[in-house]
Design a protein around this ligand. Structure first.
Ligand SMILES: [Zn+2]
Length: 271
């Protein structure tokens, strides 16, 4: 028997954390606990405040974390999970690990900047305002990352294995296909964010397929649906992006207004 508890990306599009419990007694508290993604909540304050809440079980009881990709709303809470006692492996593709080694310390730096801003200008009800985690704590959590290549079946407990499937979303992005063995074997597919693979002919170099191959199937599909209600344009977006990058007003603004430590707190957004 397997149970899934959605700790984020439910009712909002950030904070992806899916807790998979297998071989338990039916309460969801016993048995093997596996976390798929560990994202930070972004956006409105009511959601960001959830970043300060604990996960519903002791963090050290989580066997492992399977990470689909390196956007902060899927990985940005990992330093906090480690801070709470998680010491298991964080399985991710090699490219996802490379990206996380850059953006997680940067996220810690931003957390520290935000706290310093609030303490200087007394703009927080907390005194002192604290960072969710620091740059140093983000660097320390990287020791738990373990690379797993696409297509390789990784056994994470006697009754659970998984493999990464291409998602074509960002560099290294994957779907996690989790197999739970027991009296009845079940295959669960966590898509993470899904790329625009069918438009790949407009962007040479992209992954040419994503998701399971013809003939493969899953018993349970957990799918991101952030952009499920809109159609992407079929045209190549790169010329439009190049125009925005080269826009003279951006260049003037960038050169005349260097970022200040004491400017308004920045936030990182991803999708
Ligand atoms: Zn994403």
């Amino acid at each position: 028997m397997a149970y899934i508890q959605f700790l984020g990306a439910a009712g909002t599009v950030t904070g992806s954390k899916h807790l998979l419990n297998v071989s338990g007694d039916g309460t969801g508290k016993t048995g093997t606990q596996i976390l798929i993604d560990c994202g930070i909540f972004q956006g409105k304050k009511e959601w960001r405040e959830r970043n300060w809440q604990d996960v519903p079980i002791a963090a050290h009881e989580i066997e492992c974390l399977i990470l689909t990709h390196a956007h902060l709303d899927h990985c940005g809470w990992i330093p906090r999970l480690v801070k709470q006692g998680f010491r298991g492996p964080v399985y991710a593709t090699p490219s996802t690990i490379d990206l996380c080694s850059i953006i997680l310390p940067d996220s810690g730096h931003l957390q520290e900047e935000d706290a310093a801003f609030h303490n200087k200008f007394k703009t927080s009800k907390h005194d002192p305002a604290l960072p969710l985690y620091t740059l140093e704590e983000a660097q320390e959590c990287l020791q738990y990352f373990k690379p797993v290549d696409f297509g390789v079946v990784k056994q994470v407990s006697p009754d659970v294995s998984f493999r990464f499937v291409h998602a074509a979303h960002i560099l290294g992005s994957s779907m996690a296909e989790v197999t739970v063995n027991g009296s009845q074997s079940k295959r669960l597919l966590f898509t993470g964010d899904i790329g625009r693979v069918h438009d790949q002919h407009t962007a040479p170099g992209k992954v040419v397929y994503s998701g399971p191959q013809p003939g493969e199937m899953a018993d349970v599909l957990v799918m991101e649906s952030t952009y499920g209600n809109r159609n992407h344009p079929k045209t190549d977006p790169r010329p439009e992006l190049a125009t925005i990058i080269r826009k003279p007003s951006n260049a003037v603004e960038a050169s005349s207004s260097p970022p200040s430590l004491w400017s308004a707190p920045r936030s990182s957004y991803s999708c």
